[in-house]
Design a protein around this ligand. Structure first.
Ligand SMILES: [Zn+2]
Length: 77
């Protein structure tokens, strides 16, 4: 099975946050983020930026989504 490398994960990150990836791609990104500290950090930044943007736009993130994302990182700090 093809595994995403850091460049691919970064490339897919925005789509991942917008949930525009296929289930398989989402799993690949998630798996990589769980194993790669630098991508996990980058992801955290992108995610908080996205939240800021959505707040400014007056949109709310789906409930539970953010919590789920942050939960998945607690184990790999
Ligand atoms: Zn990486």
């Amino acid at each position: 099975m093809h595994e995403m490398d850091c460049r691919e994960v970064i490339k897919h990150m925005a789509q991942y946050l917008d949930r525009e990836l296929s289930t398989k791609e989402q799993e690949e990104v998630q798996k990589h983020l769980g194993e790669c500290g630098s991508c996990a950090n980058a992801f955290r930044w992108e995610n908080s930026m996205l939240i800021l943007v959505k707040n400014c736009a007056g949109e709310e993130l789906p409930k539970g989504l953010t919590a789920r994302i942050f939960d998945s990182f607690d184990c790999c700090e």
